[in-house]
Design a protein around this ligand. Structure first.
Ligand code: AMP
Ligand code: MG
Length: 341
């Protein structure tokens, strides 16, 4: 399949209107969208991504009044969140209306709704004239795309249109909040934090996955690079540094032995990378990303994973951060990337 790569929102909207899918930028990550009312079009998203059919999509809107078309009831807890955080990187879960085909919600009686802040995404929804069902524009299981190069790498020749735009502002998927009950329950942490939601409703909680999975996407290994992901505490990073010093010395000795051997040992050397907040830990790694703030860590995580894969890195050491604020979202993604279910 030929992929039209365009910066024309109109061209992308024409694909959506004709029952096709198009990838597009948002402030969280890039999405791959289709007319949420067109069952056949939505199935194309699942096919292109290789996404399991039991993992529902988020429906993107630009007008608040569309919420009452898609959902049965806007609960008091949803109202507060919508007022404060729409448009933005937040998704609310509500009871769905019949108008939404079951394929969008993976057969659930609830629907995920988000109003993106990204100007291009909003223009696309407006010109398409329908709500757009869209998950992230990556192959299922791999890290979400935060720029259009990532999208092309995963989706070129698999979908008919990629709308290009700026890199994602946040770089992490939206905060998913179940608003069907009395108080908000965060099912997937994101850039909008539990602490911020608690300011609206002090009873809000972050429900880490327990027995029953409420947000199906959370049960899969996800966001994973090809490299092995290891989560390291500050103390273990020290241990690691010592080990790698020993390794370096050994390889120095080898290097002096002969040119041929040097080449072989370079090829054989295990490639490792580091991402985190602490500069001194980065020293011993061939590839490292030091982030000045926790927001920068969140924003760069997925693109760093993809960069490491390009470089053939075998192990990525990711610094553990406290599970508060955006730290909760980073630890959630790292846990999934490591394969912890
Ligand atoms: P993605 O946009 O690729 O990050 O995927 C959408 C996320 O929203 C997945 O983690 C889904 O499990 C979640 N989601 C979508 N619809 C629902 C729903 N009705 N209830 C709970 N979670 C949902
Ligand atoms: Mg996704």
């Amino acid at each position: 399949m030929q992929t039209t790569i365009t910066n024309s929102v109109k061209i992308a909207a024409d694909f959506i209107k004709s029952g096709e899918v198009a990838a597009f930028p948002t402030e969280t990550v890039y999405g791959i969208g289709a007319n949420a009312y067109d069952e056949k079009a939505v199935r194309k998203i699942f096919k292109a991504k290789g996404r399991p059919a039991d993992n529902p999509l988020i429906v993107h809107i630009t007008r608040k009044k569309d919420i009452s078309v898609l959902a049965k009831e806007i609960t008091p807890s949803a109202k507060k969140i919508i007022k404060e955080f729409f448009p933005g990187p937040v998704t609310v879960i509500l009871k769905k209306n019949e108008i939404v085909p079951g394929v969008v919600t993976a057969g659930l009686d609830t629907i995920a709704i988000r109003m993106p802040a990204s100007k291009i995404a909003r223009e696309l929804i407006k010109l398409s004239g329908v709500p757009i069902a869209a998950p992230s524009a990556n192959l299922s299981g791999s890290p979400s795309p935060t720029n259009f190069i990532h999208v092309l790498r995963d989706m070129r020749n698999k979908i008919p249109c990629v709308l290009i735009g700026p890199a994602a502002k946040f770089g992490l998927e939206s905060t998913v909040i179940d608003c069907t009950g009395k108080y908000p329950v965060i099912l997937r942490p994101g850039s909008v934090t539990l602490e911020q939601i608690k300011r609206l409703d002090k009873n809000a909680v972050y429900q880490k996955r327990t027995g029953k999975v409420k947000s199906p996407g959370q049960k899969y290994k996800h966001y994973a690079p090809k490299a092995r992901v290891k989560i390291v505490k500050r103390e273990t990073s020290n241990v690691k540094r010592e080990t790698s010093n020993v390794k370096r010395e050994t390889s120095n000795v080898k290097r002096e032995m002969s040119n041929v051997k040097r080449e072989t040992s370079n090829v054989k050397r295990v490639k490792e990378a580091y991402i985190g907040l602490t500069r001194k830990f980065a020293r011993d790694f061939e590839v490292a990303k030091i982030c000045k703030t926790i927001e920068e860590y969140a924003k760069n995580l997925f693109s760093f994973f993809r960069e490491c894969d390009e470089l053939g890195i075998k192990t990525i050491y990711c610094e553990k951060v406290p599970e508060k604020g955006i730290g909760a979202a980073i630890m959630n993604r790292l846990g999934k990337a490591r394969g912890k279910k």
